[in-house]
Design a protein around this ligand. Structure first.
Ligand SMILES: [Zn+2]
Length: 352
């Protein structure tokens, strides 16, 4: 079969597919699919939790997680970065569901927090001294990621750091030794700066990143997944006049002022659902990013090429690569809404 792949800038390449991989199109007979369409290598949910459907801190249900993974693929999502849960449901999705039926999945296994530093009895609770050991266990049982809770609100005090900067630096080194990257949940002041200095690979939420942090993170092509719909939802739940609500308002304002600077600094700004919708709904988060100062082109990058590049993948349709693509009737750069309505999805060379 032959495919016409029209990029965002309107340039087209012709490709064939053999054994699920792109080949030269030359000599392949028949009509080409996609001549009137625009193609991306897929959408990416960079902060997913396949294990569950909402922020309920319940154990994952494998059958439902499998359905979410299938649905994500049909919505054009070809890569999911799952940022862990209290259990290893996502790892079971990876081992049970054939790759052709789901997106590629990188995942943290169980989330690591300090005692009192997250939802009670959720994931792994450790002391600073135990952190390295827990990181090794989770790096070995996960699929490429370790997830830390960097800070958490304490009653009457507000959010406090769960780990010191040197503990974080040691955790990053340990994760890297075992082939994993580190993602950190942070909604507090100062913790994102410590995490960035400690070498953490991906900042989740990052309401209080600073310009200096972005410079440092950008130098090493680090990731930031601002999850603005999640923070907006939490703000709505807390109420704008509450202490917590004010913190979220301030943080979202900070995100708005920093987002364009982040891209300029070389940070990979990414779209993540974080249980505001399933991974299949990631286009909604991407579209929300346009309210925080990203251009349409930057929005499309955030939900596609930036995530492929940040995870060491190709964001083009190179010969020999696995044949994945999502097709749209118009270029999403002109109309972001088309991201929510793909015309077709190609996974390992098979049209869906
Ligand atoms: Zn999350």
């Amino acid at each position: 079969m032959r495919f016409t792949l029209r990029s965002l800038d309107g340039e087209t390449v012709e490709r064939g597919v053999v054994d699920g991989r792109w080949t030269e199109a030359g000599g392949l007979a028949g009509e080409s699919f996609g001549t009137d369409l625009y193609a991306l290598p897929g959408l990416v949910d960079s902060h997913a939790h396949l294990a569950t459907a909402e922020l309920n801190f319940e154990p994952g249900v494998l059958g439902d997680a499998i359905d979410r993974a299938r649905d994500a693929l049909l919505a054009g999502v070809t890569l999911v970065l799952d940022k862990g849960w209290s259990d290893t449901t996502t790892m079971d999705v990876i081992s049970t569901l054939d790759r052709s039926e789901r997106p590629e999945i990188e995942a943290a296994a169980r989330i690591i927090a300090s005692h009192d530093g997250y939802y009670p009895d959720f994931g792994q609770e450790v002391t600073g001294e135990e952190l390295d050991g827990a990181v090794q266990v989770e790096a070995e049982s996960g699929a490429g990621w370790v997830k830390l809770i960097g800070d958490w609100p304490r009653r009457g005090v507000g959010p406090l750091a769960n780990f010191t900067e040197s503990e974080l630096a040691s955790a990053v080194a340990r994760a890297e030794q075992h082939g994993a990257k580190v993602a950190i949940h942070t909604m507090a002041h100062e913790v994102p700066s410590a995490a960035v200095r400690a070498g953490v690979h991906s900042i989740e939420h990052g309401l209080f990143l600073t310009e200096d942090d972005l410079g440092l993170l950008g130098e090493r092509s680090g990731m930031w997944v601002p999850t603005v719909l999640r923070s907006e939802m939490t703000l709505g739940q807390l109420g704008a006049d509450s202490t917590g609500g004010k913190l979220f308002q301030e943080g979202l304002g900070n995100i708005k002022s920093l987002m364009p600077l982040a891209i300029e600094a070389g940070v990979h700004v990414l779209a993540g659902t974080d249980l505001v919708g399933a991974p299949a709904d990631v286009a909604a988060e991407a579209i929300a990013l346009s309210r925080y100062g990203l251009s349409n082109r930057q929005v499309v990058d955030a939900v596609s090429s930036a995530a492929f590049e940040a995870t060491g993948r190709s964001s083009s349709f190179e010969i020999g690569r696995e044949a994945n693509a999502v097709f749209f009737s118009a270029t999403p750069v002109d109309d972001l809404a088309v991201l929510e309505h793909p015309k077709a999805v190609l996974r390992l060379g098979r049209l869906r």
